[in-house]
Structure formats: C-alpha cells, structure tokens
Design a protein around this ligand. Structure first.
Ligand code: PLP
Length: 394
C-alpha cells in the first residue's frame, strides 16, 4: 500500500504532464506535424554548441574520477566561484563561492531551501497564477501554502492582498519573475514595494521572512526588459536559478541557489542547504554538468527564436479577438478563455489538435497557458485552428 499522502498526490498529478502524454497519443494518431502541442515548457531550441564542446573537452582532458566523482555537497568550489563571478558581472553584486549551492535544477533548489527553512505549519505565500509544482514542494515539508489571488489584468503580484495574508507563521514569500505562466516580469516598483512591506512585517512580527525568488527564466526576456535582481532590494532574499531553460538543459538537472551574506542566519542557512542537498537524496548536483556550467556560465541561447514565436502567436491571437497577456519574458502566453469554464475551452481546442493548459492548473481559472517553446512551423500551422476557435466563440 502506498501512503495516503501519495494516493492524494497521484490523484492530483499534473494536468500538464497528462496533456503532454495526450499530445504523444495524438501525434501517433494524426502525425506529429498535425498536432500543436503547447502544453509543456520543454525548450525546442538546441542547447548551445559550447555545451557539447565543454563535455568533450572535460572528458578528454580530465580524470574520470574527477568529473564522475563525489565532491562537497554544495558543489565544486571552482564551479561555484565561476557562477558567483558571472552573477557579479551581470548584476554588480559581490558573491563568492560561499554564497552558491549547486542544485538539481530549480526544483531541487526549491526543495533544498524549503527543507532548510521550514518548520511544519510554517507558511509559504505565493502569488497566483503560479507553477503548480510549488504546492507539492510545500507539502513535502508540511508547510502551509497560502495563495494570493491574481491582480488582473496586470498580473503583477497583488501586494495589498499579500499584506493582509502575512502572519507570524509566514516564513517564505515565493516569487517567480519572469513568470510561468503569464510571461510577466515584475517591475522595479513592485519589488521595492514588496520589500518595504516585508521589512515592515518582519518588524511587526519580530520574525525573519525570506523571499525565495525562483528564476529559471531570468535570461529569457524580450524588448530589452530589465529583470531586477532581488537580493539588491531585500536582504533576506534567496535566489533559485536553473539552466533548464537558459541553456536548454532541462533533462540534465542543473541549477544553483544564491544565499547572500546579508541574509539573516546566513551561516546556518548555508550549512543547512548543504546538508539538505545530501539528505534529500540529491547528494550533490550532477558532477559533469557542474563542470560544463563552469565553462558555459555566460553562454546564451538564441532568444530570437522564442521572440519570433512570441510575436507571431501574440499578434495572431489578439487579431482573432482573444485577450492575451503580452509576454515580456519566459516562453509562455497566458490568454483569457472566451468562456468561463476554461477546461471546456481546452477540450474544444483539442478538436483542432491544439493542446493548451487550463489556468486552474496555476490556480487561475478562466485563463489558459500556451508554451511557445515549439517550432515556428508548429506556431504557423496552429493558427488556422485558433482562428476557427475564435470564430466559434464570437
Ligand atoms: N520553476 C518554474 C517557474 C518552472 O517553470 C520550472 C519548470 O518548468 C521549474 C521551476 C523547474 O525547473 P527545473 O527543470 O530547473 O527543475
């Protein structure tokens, strides 16, 4: 018998994954070129050639026991130093290896920092719409998951609602910018206001409240939009980063946490995260990929590819009369469902072999999400179906 908790988790298992499986079924039936699968954030852009080159160089020039071996649970010191130096170059910060913990992607990093910070019944505050897995990660540590309703149509975090929701049990405010599923980037004003409210709440409750900033899409921004670096605005900020999207390496499971010196209880958090990485069963982030990251930390993917998809899809859907959030970052487009029950709308889209994800998967019913990290042909070939869908709901 599996545990009751797991029975529950399995029954609510990700709608996005189900959709992805359905896409595979439809592709087998109709041919992959006739199925328009916008369900999963699995990058369609190839990893930069530097990544494979780095793997070859490491394998040819280093000892197998080094690139396949165990190391400090926080990661290789030189890799963490390279990551810190890269952030400093880009953000004007002053990190070094002691501020960096290499993790098994963003998902691993979030679980590590949750394990490190949370007592049972501590509260994690999140802003809807949010990446659905957050709820499962919170439940791994018996934390309370407090959802702040969306601020429509801006989809900036609803700070007035957050102010009321914070209690003496609030330990983490989890933010995600650029955002999955909306593609919205939080403005500097939003972040300043968020920081000011949390400073005030820390004083009021005589507690530390940490911002955990989940940033796998930091590099994926368009039109020159700036994504402010949150550690500069609020000392108790911990950043979670991943190379899944920025280097198209989602299956390789590589990312890092940044824990700034200024964070309250810095030494304990760093020691805790090191042990959490080990005892959650990750032990350490993948060794070969860490070494690849040291060589490729400043390499960029071809953003033009996603930008063309973004402009084409957004342009066409708005022309057909759909109401869309204009994405500034990530590779998602969030669109208002023309009917209240967006799940019914997703079913209707399937008639045209278009797979999109209901907003309720992100705690934001009435909307749907499209992941446009697909080929340009998929975008173009899906448009007649979208046009017919729009006409059906006029
Ligand atoms: N956070 C957000 C907002 C995501 O969209 C994803 C993946 O899609 C993750 C975390 C997990 O990323 P990773 O593959 O690095 O674990």
């Amino acid at each position: 018998m599996i545990s009751e908790a797991m029975i529950n988790l399995v029954s609510k298992s990700s709608a996005i994954r189900e959709m992805f499986e359905e896409g595979n079924r439809l592709a087998a039936q109709y041919g992959a070129e006739n199925v328009f699968d916008f369900s999963l954030g699995n990058p369609n852009v190839a990893a930069p050639k530097e990544v494979n080159q780095a793997i070859k160089t490491i394998i040819e020039h280093e000892e197998s026991t080094s690139y396949h071996g165990y190391m400090n649970n926080s990661g290789y010191e030189n890799v963490r130093e390279s990551v810190a130096a890269s952030i400093n170059r880009k953000q004007g910060t002053h990190f070094n290896q002691n501020n960096i913990i290499m993790t098994v992607g963003a998902a691993g990093g979030l679980n590590v920092i949750f394990k490190t910070l949370l007592n049972p019944d501590d509260e994690i505050v999140v802003f809807a719409p949010y990446f659905g897995e957050y709820k499962n990660y919170a439940s791994n540590f018996n934390a309370r998951f407090v959802v702040i309703p969306p601020d429509i149509p801006s989809f900036q975090p609803n700070l007035e609602a957050m102010k009321k929701a914070i209690t003496k049990k609030t330990k983490i405010v989890l933010v995600n910018t650029p955002n999955n599923p909306t593609g919205v980037v939080y403005t500097e004003d939003t972040i300043k206001e968020l920081a000011a409210i949390l400073e005030q709440k820390q004083r009021e409750f005589k507690n530390e409240i940490y911002i955990v900033s989940d940033e796998p899409y930091r590099e994926l921004v368009y039109d020159g939009v700036i994504v402010p670096y949150l550690t500069k605005y609020y000392s108790n900020t911990i950043v979670g980063y991943s190379f899944s999207k920025s280097l198209s390496l989602p299956g390789e499971r590589i990312g890092y946490l940044v824990i700034p010196n200024e964070a309250a209880d810095f030494d304990s958090i760093v020691s805790g995260a090191n042990v959490a990485n080990r005892i959650l069963g990750f032990v350490n982030a993948p060794s070969l990929l860490q070494k690849v990251i040291a060589k490729c930390v400043d390499v960029e993917i071809d953003l033009e590819y996603y930008d063309r998809n973004r402009k084409t899809l957004y342009g066409a859907l708005t022309e057909y009369g759909f109401e869309c959030v204009r994405p500034q970052g990530a590779f998602y487009l969030f669109m208002k469902s023309p009917i209240e029950d967006e799940k019914e709308f997703c079913q209707a889209a399937k008639k045209y072999n278009i797979l999109i994800v209901p907003g309720s998967s992100f705690d934001c019913p009435g909307y749907v999400r499209m992941a446009y990290c697909v080929s340009y042909e998929t975008i173009m070939n899906s448009l007649p179906g979208f046009k017919k869908l729009a006409q059906a709901y006029k």
